[in-house]
Design a protein around this ligand. Sequence first.
Ligand code: AMP
Length: 424
Amino acid sequence: MSKLKGVRGAPDILPRESSRWQRVEDAARAVLRRYGYAEIRTPVFERTELFVRGIGEGTDIVEKEMYTFTDQGQESLTLRPEGTAPVVRAYLEHQMAAQTPLVKVFYLGPMFRRERPQSGRYRQFHQIGVEAIGSDQPSVDAEVIALLSALMVEEFRIPDVQLRLNSIGDAACRPQIRDRLLRYMRDRGAQLCPDCQRKLQRNPLRVFDCKQEGCQRLVAEAPKPLESLCQSCADHFAQVRGLLDLLKIVYTIDDRLVRGLDYYTRTAFEVVNPRLGAQNAVAGGGRYDGLIEVMGGPSTPGIGFAIGLERVLASIPAEAAGEGVREGVYIATVGQEAHRTGLLLLQELRHRGVRGLIDLEGRSLKGQMRQANKERVRYCLILGGDELTKRQATLRDMAKAEEQPVALDQVVARLLKLEQSGKS
Ligand code: AMP
């Protein structure tokens, strides 16, 4: 029979890679906790309607990229392509606003989009995202952006990472922003790519992020949202910037940075790693003061971001992710009696929280030592026949290649002590 393969663009995360993932996820969770965000876990599928409304008809995601299926109950369901719409649904469904006026949550997990797979772009990928729902205060924008910066710069230490910031106006000034853009495009629109010509009708701001050279040239001279902000949007943006400056968060203004739909308002931002090549956006976010109403709730402001974890991992130098760290103990034994003693020690060590390994395949001592090295343990405990009669074992420090005898009844205490000192 032919071998089955996984789905294109939906890579496996193999055991040799998963510890890097866990380290990044654990580090992110710790930072998110420090900023007061609690985890929310929504299902990986939702009613299709949720994403059609929450992401918007006329977007690439809704038009071309959703994994949608009809289940046996004839319901149209979609694998989540992003996290904000499900969070807003849960926020409304569980009346989370009743508990606290500003709800701060984060999510972490797989997303699904049927994009053309390429380096850095997958059909199943993972995001860490946050949403802060319930306040339009500039201090919330600043905190959310500060959090993103803390993750990217301080925690993940991505070299050369850039934070770009813009404001795209709100319900009051958006009509004017659109009008000015459409007026500019009236005589020039024919030079836009066919995709942008279509976008110009539905969500004209989207032409700003087209990567085509012709469109780029055209929008370079186009009137930007930032130039037509109403007073309250301009004030809001100035306050956000003031707070970021106070916190010494480095950013650049990118007046072409947009989010296309009407319910995205004011602050828009993204994080770019220029070293990543074509798919260089590591995170994106912004304010969505119109979204909750679109989702059937009362008018409620909100802001959030999503980080692409595959791109974070591709951006982190291997050492920074803690590669090569040695941990735990391998118990190498010679003879059946030593193996039985080893098993008991192993059980005790594992019970006390130590990572412990033993040979399960009948390897020679040499083979076991080789295995211990491969497993990157810090210590190897050698139990031979001679040593056993003396109620002793040999403890080998794998990094220093130093050995010393230890009394069998002292082994657990000694290893626990060494583990402790290794961690501090
Ligand atoms: P978005 O939800 O489109 O604003 O994307 C937020 C972040 O998710 C991006 O900056 C990327 O880092 C990541 N991302 C989005 N789409 C993909 C994809 N198809 N493959 C890998 N990462 C993605």
